[in-house]
Design a protein around this ligand. Sequence first.
Ligand SMILES: Nc1ncnc2c1ncn2[C@@H]1O[C@H](COP(=O)(O)OP(=O)(O)O)[C@@H](O)[C@H]1O
Ligand SMILES: [Mg+2]
Length: 407
Amino acid sequence: MTQDPPKAKPPKGDQVAISVVDPDEVVRFVLTERMQEIGGNVVGYENLAAFSDQADPARPGVVVFGPSDKPDEVISQVAGLIGFRPGCGAIMVVYELTAEVLQGALRAGVDDVVAVTAEDTELLDAVSRAAARVNLRRPTPVIPPPAPAGSHGPQGRVITVFSTKGGTGKSVVAINLAVALAKRTIQPVVLVDADLQFGDVALMLQLAPVHTIAEAAAAGERLDGAMLENLLLRHEPSGLLVLAAPTEPSSADRIGRADLARTLAVLRERCAYVVVDTSANFAEITLSALEAADDILVLASLDVMSLKSARVGLQTMRVLDIPFSTVKFVLNRANTRVGLSEADAERAVQLKVDAALPSDILVAESVNRGVPVVTSSPRSKFAKSIDDLASVLMASAPAVAGAQQVE
Ligand SMILES: Nc1ncnc2c1ncn2[C@@H]1O[C@H](COP(=O)(O)OP(=O)(O)O)[C@@H](O)[C@H]1O
Ligand SMILES: [Mg+2]
């Protein structure tokens, strides 16, 4: 690591304790010194056991894992750390930053991974960001209490984003739409990642999935607003709340249709909008998300396979008695020149296009950076189309929401 003066600002949360864990004394010393530039009393520990014995559990903190242990070992240590200190942030410093390590680390709940060769400011920035997040994760009331018993408080709208084909842009649309809605209302807006096996909403928003929908499901009948509140992650600066998909794809099996139904019911009592991202199939959980929806955004792009699967999806929804009046047809990458037009898509799916979203390189860039387009490029055509879609959804009353059928 170089010795440039750090440009990183100290974290706002000066109460956040920073610890360094590395078995190598010299590495630990260097990292501890480095961290002191952020402020506070930084303590070095030889291993996680020493940390758990000695660090004050009442004080939230960020643990910086040094590079001396193998990344795999550190990743499993982080998973353990999050198990016994759920509010903690974790940063990994590695000798070699590979996509595999990054993915494994983020899945385990690491806030950020930084290579030893990176600029010092990168590490300090990462720790500052994690410290700010740790502060945000403290139990502050993020969703207001429900309306008092007897008064029927407004029920939020559930908006389910669906397509029977992977890669159509469900997650991109769900995230951007949810952020757009969160920016437009002072009431809470929540995004639920119901793609239980491959859900990556948290990753796409740079949020560490400290808690996930798996915990909401495990609570069963005991689930209530106060409990759910603690499971939500908060995206800044939009204020969007996120219920992340499980970090372990295997826990998907333990989450049933009733679990999602219960979770959505609790959320809609307290949030103005509950946006649900789904997987590309009619899994039980997806049915639950479709059944609960006031609006179903059926996504397709301008290719024959995508249009065909949208049509099959709609037919299946009819068989399942899911009210057709809730459907809105969203054409993603609508400007792609592939020999098919919007009118062709309407004929193929037998629905009028309610929203056409352009294909834009900014979208792919934003996914990679973990910043939604509506935040990074609010004036882009894509962001404007999402804003229009948000306006349509905000304007439509539950009873009259509906797609126009093509004669
Ligand atoms: N309008 C768009 N313009 C450009 N790229 C897009 C657009 N929508 C989606 N993508 C790209 O497609 C990829 C898959 O989108 P994603 O939302 O993850 O699909 P799904 O959730 O349906 O599987 C994204 O990573 C993004 O790069
Ligand atoms: Mg997805």
